[in-house]
Structure formats: C-alpha cells, structure tokens
Design a protein around this ligand. Sequence first.
Ligand code: FES
Length: 133
Amino acid sequence: MGRINTIYRISRRIITKSIILLLGSILLYKILKVNVFRQKKQITVKLKDVPAGGGIVLREQRAAIVKLNNAIEVYSLVCPHLGCTINLTEELFKCPCHGSEFDLNGIVIKGPANKNLKILTYKIEGDVIIIYI
Ligand code: FES
C-alpha cells in the first residue's frame, strides 16, 4: 500500500511539472513571437522627395507620407473598413472599394469606414525618414 502511494505521488509530481513546463514553454513562445520574431520592416525615404503641402504614396508598403504645414505624418493605406488599399489625391485619401474618405490628417470624413487611418511610426535621421511598417 505504501509503495503504491509513493508511486502515485511521484506520478502526480511528474505530471504537474510537465504541465507547468508545457504552459511555460507556450508563454515563452508567445512572448518571443511578439517581441523578437515580429520586428517591423524599415523603409527609408529622402525628406526632399516629399512635396510640401502634399504627399507621396509607397504603394508596395501600403503607406503614404504627408507633409502639411512643414509637419510630416505617415499613414497606413490599409482601409480600416475591410482592408483595401486607399488612394491619395491632392485633397484626401479615398478608398476605391466602398468609397470611404479621409482628410489629409487621416480623419474619416465619409464611411462606411468608422475609424481613422492608422498612423505609422517613423523617425527622421538627417535627410531621411525611416518608417516602421
Ligand atoms: S474597404 Fe475601404 S471603404 Fe470598404
């Protein structure tokens, strides 16, 4: 009887440690996947290539750089409605799929989209803009 209890206790300990190890591994994988494996891509654009009072489209990266009143902002061109690639005109951003419109500050002015354009992270180093996509 005592031997069976000992075996039972050892088995329970092994199972408990295995479950803790498995859960720890899953948690570690999720943390590494988010923080290490998903590093953002960097795109470099020369500042002089962005016209004042307008912007440029980085079609492949689905992003646009807008320069208004000497301030730069970088927007994702992924429509917040259903993900189509938005076009940039002289006055606004317009989605070709369902007609959502956004002003040059990325603010939604006509639906069906109900969220503003996503602002992308960037930094200016010397005469270039480095965008994190
Ligand atoms: S995907 Fe842009 S308005 Fe629907």
